[in-house]
Design a protein around this ligand. Structure first.
Ligand code: SF4
Ligand code: SF4
Length: 182
């Protein structure tokens, strides 16, 4: 049975100070995008996290939590811990969300915000540099050619590297061609 001692409050609410800064500008910015505006319908049911293939294998990756941190304006958390880069953009979360929240689009938006701040994982930067130089995301090898022939597939067409470079430059990516922050 529950008992309350005389003089003690029945319910004690403790205010715990946040140890991370809160940015209302960040929150406003995410909500100002058409995809971000859908966040207001999120009821934190966690369906997105339960179907996410990354959350199943990577401890600490949780799309519902990412959205909650956006709500709270915890920009440093969202941008610094690098979790958004683990998202595969498979869009399963968005397909199944009962409230039609654009979860994966919001995560893409957060990746853009992280990139603006220079918070891009090294491995990804290397890949971007490679695409810039060759127009391809991975090197071709005789083994790939052999496998394509075995599968009766035609040889891979050539790539117009200059066109790829023009497109990448237009993206205003905040890194130079050597992968250094501009
Ligand atoms: S985004 Fe959708 S699925 Fe995920 S917690 Fe919010 S309402 Fe639930
Ligand atoms: S889009 Fe990203 S967050 Fe959504 S289910 Fe796929 S990997 Fe998970």
């Amino acid at each position: 049975m529950c008992s309350v001692n005389e003089g003690e409050p029945f319910l004690s609410l403790e205010v715990v100070p946040l140890s991370v800064p809160v940015s209302s500008d960040f929150r406003r910015r995410v909500f100002s995008f058409p995809e971000g505006d859908f966040l207001k319908y999120c009821m934190q049911c966690s369906l997105c996290s339960s179907v996410c293939p990354v959350a199943r294998v990577v401890e600490g990756f949780n799309p519902r939590r990412i959205l909650w941190e956006v709500f709270l304006g915890l920009e440093d958390n969202v941008v610094d811990n690098g979790n958004v880069w683990l998202c595969l953009s498979c869009h399963l979360c968005m397909e199944l969300c009962p409230m039609k929240v654009k979860v994966s689009h919001v995560i893409m938006l957060l990746k853009n915000i992280a990139a603006e701040k220079g918070k891009v994982p090294d491995g990804l930067l290397e890949e971007i540099k490679y695409i810039f130089k060759t127009g391809r995301s991975m090197p071709l090898s005789p083994a790939i050619d052999k496998r394509r022939t075995a599968l009766s597939l035609p040889p891979l067409p050539g790539v117009d590297v200059e066109e790829v470079q023009t497109l990448l430059r237009k993206l205003k990516f905040p890194f130079n061609e050597e992968g250094e922050k501009k």
